[in-house]
Design a protein around this ligand. Structure first.
Ligand SMILES: Cc1cc2nc3c(=O)[nH]c(=O)nc-3n(C[C@H](O)[C@H](O)[C@H](O)COP(=O)(O)O)c2cc1C
Length: 274
């Protein structure tokens, strides 16, 4: 039987008295991304089962507005890794999945049935991203369950103007994230999450204690996994210094615009986002 409190302590840096962790969900508490893979192949028979599990995720109104491109060709995977430049483990993955939001299929279906597609809007964009993310999340859980490691890669969106043509993504289809898949060389330690008291609200949203609670979390996290110098965000804007906590590093990241042209790019690919 899993030691629930040990898993919770690893995940949150504190025990959560009264919480009982059923054995079947213990592996979910123990999950983590994997950023280095062995040479061992991932058989198609297994990959296709994991993709079937991913497709079993719920989808808004059963519209299933996402697609996934399976990359196995090492030079093409390396091409994307090289464009990104800072994530060399991507090229060690035998499989690279590109999870895409897909409005195109719905448009084609309307066309097929001689009806207008009247939902090219922000809600549909969100629905495509949510459907896609749920499927990717279910894929990750399934992959972990069989001992594979995965890591989402949002940086494919930082090179969207090169990644999209490489994959032949048509209008109405955009990458939400890449996902490296392979057999782990090692598993890094569990990364400490915000305590449920910050994230989980009961009946009403309430963050009056946020500042205090975040300071406590910063301290707890700093003790276990201090932000490494290499993990400091935007060193070119804010001088590196010792002792930066999680929340300050978040602020360092969020204070500088990221993927500034994404909405403009999506508009060129047929999304109205209205
Ligand atoms: C949508 C999404 C995009 C991500 N993009 C990247 C990425 O581009 N590169 C990377 O190394 N990790 C990426 N990650 C992984 C996160 O950095 C990782 O989940 C986080 O640091 C927490 O670690 P853990 O998953 O091991 O708990 C991404 C995760 C998500 C959910």
């Amino acid at each position: 039987m899993a030691d629930g409190q040990a898993l919770l302590k690893a995940r949150f840096g504190m025990e959560l008295p009264g919480v009982e962790v059923p054995d079947v969900i213990a592996p979910l508490l123990d999950r983590r991304v994997v950023r280095r893979y062995t040479d061992q192949a991932v058989p198609d028979s297994l990959l296709d089962a994991l993709l079937a599990a991913a497709q079993s995720a719920p989808a808004k109104s059963d519209l299933q507005q996402y697609s996934v491109v399976v990359m196995r060709d090492a030079p093409r995977i390396k091409q994307i890794a090289d464009w990104i430049g800072t994530m060399d483990w991507i090229a060690t993955a035998p499989v690279f999945l590109i999870w895409c939001g897909d409005m195109r299929r719905g448009q084609l279906l309307c066309n097929l049935h001689n009806m207008p597609h009247a939902n090219n809007n922000l809600d549909t964009f969100l629905n495509t991203a949510v459907d896609c993310s749920l499927a990717m999340g279910q894929f990750m859980a399934a992959a972990e369950a069989v001992g594979l490691g995965t890591c989402p890669i949002s940086y494919v969106r930082s090179h969207i103007e090169r990644v999209s043509p490489l994959l032949g993504l048509p209008a109405g289809v955009y990458p939400v994230a890449g996902l490296t898949v392979g057999w782990p060389v090692f598993r890094r330690p569990v990364s400490m999450r915000l305590p449920p008291s910050i994230v989980v609200h009961r009946e009403r949203y309430d963050d009056v204690q946020l500042e205090n609670d975040i300071m406590t979390y910063d301290d707890r996290r700093r003790d276990r996994e201090p932000v490494a110098p290499g993990g400091l965000k935007n060193n070119d804007v804010y001088p590196p210094r010792e002792g930066v906590g999680w929340s300050e590093n978040v602020a360092r990241q969020l204070s500088v615009p990221e993927r500034f042209g994404f909405a403009a790019y999506l508009r060129t690919k047929g999304f109205d986002l209205a």
